[in-house]
Design a protein around this ligand. Structure first.
Ligand SMILES: [Zn+2]
Length: 380
């Protein structure tokens, strides 16, 4: 049974090309990073016969997930006939009360790209949240977690976002759009205005990764223990909190795709899932796509302790935010008594820190890095 995940080169973001089954091979795409990731996906489309996706999940509107998705939707090699459904929570899926933005809040303008994405979805008539009858991709506060069986037998069980996380995102979305220059301003949900702007928007397609500094030197075995004990400081970013996260199960194997979700919300959903399935102990999974590119603020001790898992996937080149955080990886390698595998889709200063035999021997883990330029394939 094929079940592979290609973490394509997406700079500091995600672009996950998943294949499962055989004859035909089925595919799921999660996010499309920045422009480099779009090129990697487009290149892969070129090299794949009859490339079709059962599902494209655009987890949330941060640039490192959506910037490459906007050109992808407009690419002639992609199209509505190439994808069974697209899961994406756009403006029309957000509900809640408007609150004033916090003073001095940094605008990420992901909402603008969210509007562009939605505009192209409408313009090219892509399928959109069809599994949810066009409604938001969202968890109810009570009852069973929604589960979907894809063509070919892959089962996806939704773990996020919850309604309160989408409510928080609504305010952020409006504020982001209001922060634009006058000639670029438009109302949330005005997809025709968004489309007009997108047609002239060349700057938006630019991809200039800003490479940052790396952790200096090496870590000692004891420093890893110290890092692992650093207290958890949770992420409060609304876009990250609005991430679509899910458990993907196929052929007796399972992978948890966390996008950039908040740890406490994910942990609650996992508890619900275990309860719903009448399971005790830990959630057995074959791989965990670490939340938020291995940020220490999105991979709590509480969350990591819930898994019986040997494989941890980190998608980022370390630019901008220097992910993965040493503390997050330190938690992974110290909280597991069995040896674990760390899979990185870039050899960056941040990921190469763990390619250290003394640390591997002492803490019991292995590392995997790409050998070429096409990211890393993980066989589940
Ligand atoms: Zn991200």
């Amino acid at each position: 049974m094929t079940f592979t995940i290609d973490m394509l080169p997406a700079n500091e973001g995600d672009a996950l090309w998943i294949e499962y089954g055989s004859d035909p091979v089925r595919r799921i795409l999660i996010d499309c990073g920045r422009k480099t990731a779009y090129r990697a996906v487009a290149d892969r489309l070129d090299r794949t016969d009859d490339a079709r996706f059962e599902l494209f999940v655009l987890s949330h509107v941060d640039a490192d997930h959506i910037a490459g998705a906007v050109p992808l939707l407009q690419d002639a090699r992609f199209g509505p006939d190439k994808v069974g459904d697209i899961w994406f929570n756009g403006w029309r899926h957000l509900n809640g009360q408007h609150k004033d933005a916090e003073e001095g809040e940094v605008r990420i303008l992901g909402a603008r790209q969210g509007e562009f994405f939605a505009a192209v979805l409408r313009d090219r008539e892509y399928p959109w949240n069809e599994a949810f009858d066009g409604h938001p991709v969202i968890l109810n506060d009570t009852g069973d977690l929604p589960s979907f069986t894809m063509e070919g037998g892959m089962v996806l069980t939704l773990l996020g976002p919850t309604k309160d996380k989408l409510d928080d995102m609504r305010d952020r979305w409006r504020d982001d759009l209001e922060g634009m220059d006058d000639d670029e301003e438009f109302d949330p949900g005005d997809w025709e205005a968004a489309l007009r702007l997108l047609e002239d928007d060349r700057a938006h397609a630019a991809d200039i990764p800003v490479l940052g500094g790396a952790p200096k030197g090496q870590l000692s075995v004891d420093e890893v223990f110290d890092l692992a004990e650093e207290p958890f400081d949770p992420d409060h970013s609304e876009p990250n909190g609005s991430s679509i996260s899910f458990l993907a199960e196929f052929g007796g194997k399972s992978v948890l795709f966390a996008a950039d979700a908040h740890s406490p919300q994910l942990a609650r959903s996992i508890r619900r899932l275990m309860e719903q399935r009448g399971q005790g102990g830990k959630l057995k999974i074959d791989a965990f796509k670490m939340s938020h590119h291995g940020s220490a603020r999105n991979n709590s001790h509480e969350l990591l302790k819930m898994f019986d898992c040997r494989r941890f996937l980190v998608s980022t080149n370390g630019s901008r935010h220097h992910h993965p955080d040493p503390a997050a990886i330190a938690r992974v390698v110290t909280l597991n008594s069995e040896p674990v595998e760390l899979h990185f889709n870039y050899r960056s200063d941040e990921s190469a820190l763990w390619d250290d035999n003394a640390l591997k021997d002492a803490h019991g883990f292995e590392t995997f890095y790409p050998t070429g330029v096409n990211g890393l394939r993980v066989q589940i």
